[in-house]
Design a protein around this ligand. Structure first.
Ligand code: GLU
Length: 482
């Protein structure tokens, strides 16, 4: 039997890094086994589900390169793969379970339930309803006919227990006196998560459920429901939760949580996927930079750790830098172009492109986020540089700057060949003649042409800028200094 897995996000929020890791582990598992990846939408919460979140989830999945074979947008033999379109199916199953005696109509009022829960809490047990609100079927039918609206609860047999082998966590057992007679259908006949999720898993023939550890305590309920439907439970794997470096549950305070925010911040999907894959899984040889195809080859769900994994944006940023450096220079330019054009607020001209292409390899070397590139190259693409105030006062107000700029102007204007080698030779000869160090000698030139003390390498920057423009900028700075 080839595996069938599902990723089942609720469109009540953006796809966040924890959800993306769950999607990725499902994907790696099924791609390494040659099975079917299904994407469904757990959208029964009408209040909190929005089309924007639904779209964000699909966009983020596609951007990460996590494709699916069946489900939302791509279709398949099971209809739309949206829970909101399957309410009748859930009601049908719930009614059937009542019919079979696996579930019952409960007419308990909220007050009765409150009193009962308090009692259980005082006794230190989980509220096990013990048939307390169970009425016989004929009586229930009569009350429903008279207009009452019961909830439907699953009847958990007690004493008893449910055990299963979790692929990540090993043997897991829940005693039934810790599992309440959970609601499967609310009094307005909408399904709870437990019912909708289990019916979908059964109907779609899911063989492996890989999901977050926060859902571990739901699993005995899902297994009991599955068995009551006469089906075979899936094999379960619960992934540990993600923590920040401070050991606390991952949240906004640790940085972005939405995948789309990482995309906007200048991360490459390949780097993010690589990083997420290693949050709990180790390919075995301490290798950290591993392209997706290699991961598929080596992924083994059975070796995933059950310990919480630390999501560290510094490490992610480092990995992003590694992936950026590995890009073809042309792909790097394509990748940074949108943010450069956005920051200039205009499309690049042909001349801009020539300068950008010339400097790009040197920027690529030192870029950890695609969005940083715009700042680094902007000076090459504007008519006039804006001098950064801090850089100016730190460098251009020092004694000797006029002499340096005059010397540089004279030498650079005299060059007959304008390339990195010639520029470097003459500027090194200049500092030797002036008997000053490279820091002191080159910083004024850097500030004059780029506006700032931080720029791509100086000789390459001058080459990309061109001789005339470099001379103009030096002249302008020279005039401003004196
Ligand atoms: N829709 C649930 C969630 O977003 C996941 C359901 C499941 O994996 O069983 O948390």
């Amino acid at each position: 039997m080839t595996p069938r897995v599902r990723f089942a996000p609720s469109p009540t929020g953006y796809l966040h890094v924890g959800g993306a890791r769950t999607a990725l582990y499902n994907w790696l598992f099924v791609r390494s086994q040659g099975g079917t990846m299904i994407l469904r939408s757990d959208d029964t919460d009408e209040q909190r589900s929005t089309p924007e979140f639904a779209a964000d989830i699909l966009d983020s999945m596609r951007w990460l390169g996590l494709d699916w074979d069946e489900g939302i947008d791509v279709g398949g033999p099971h209809g739309e793969y949206r829970q909101s379109g399957r309410l009748e199916r859930y009601q049908e199953v719930a009614d059937q379970l009542v019919e079979d005696g696996s579930a019952y109509s409960s007419f308990a009022t909220p007050e009765q339930l409150d009193a009962f829960r308090n009692e259980a809490r005082a006794a230190g047990t989980a509220p096990s309803y013990d048939g307390r609100f169970d009425v016989d079927q004929d009586a229930a039918r009569a009350r429903i006919a008279a207009g009452e609206r019961p909830t439907i609860r699953f009847k958990v047999r007690r004493p008893g227990k449910t055990s299963f082998h979790d692929v990540v966590r090993g043997e897991v057992t829940f005693e039934h006196n810790q599992v309440d007679d959970f609601v499967i259908l609310r009094s307005d006949r909408t399904p709870t998560y437990h019912l909708a999720s289990t019916v979908d898993d059964v109907d779609y023939g899911i063989t492996n459920v890989i999901r977050g550890e926060d859902l571990l305590s739901s699993t005995p309920k899902h297994i009991l429901l599955t068995e009551a439907m006469g089906a075979e439970p899936a094999q379960y794997a619960h992934l540990s939760l993600l923590m920040g470096p401070d050991g606390r549950k991952l949240s906004k305070r640790h940085g972005h949580t939405a995948i789309s925010a990482y995309r906007e911040a200048g991360y490459l999907p390949e780097a993010l996927v690589n990083y997420l894959a290693l949050l709990g899984w180790n390919p075995g040889d301490d290798e950290t930079v591993l392209p997706l195809a290699d991961m598929v080859e080596r992924f083994d769900l059975g070796t995933v750790s059950k310990n919480p994994a630390v999501f560290d944006t510094d490490k992610l940023e480092w990995m992003n830098g590694v992936y950026i450096r590995e890009l073809d220079p042309g792909d790097f330019v394509e990748a940074v172009l949108p943010s450069i054009e956005a920051s200039l607020d205009r499309p690049l001209t042909l001349g801009d492109r020539v300068r950008l292409d010339a400097i790009a390899p040197h920027v690529q070397e030192r870029t950890k986020l695609l969005t940083e590139a715009a700042d680094q190259v902007e000076f090459l693409l504007v008519d006039e540089v804006t001098f950064d105030e801090a850089s100016w006062s730190k460098v251009m107000t020092k004694p000797g700057v006029v002499d340096i700029l005059d010397a540089a102007l004279e030498r650079l204007a005299a060059l007959e060949v304008w390339d990195v080698e010639a520029i470097e030779d003459t500027l090194r000869a200049m500092i030797a003649a002036l008997e000053i160090g490279a820091g002191k000698g080159f910083q004024p030139i850097r500030v004059a042409v780029s506006g700032s003390t931080v720029s791509p390498p100086l000789f390459e920057s001058l080459e990309a800028l061109g001789q005339d423009e470099s001379i103009d900028r030096l002249n302008r700075a020279r005039a401003a200094v004196s």
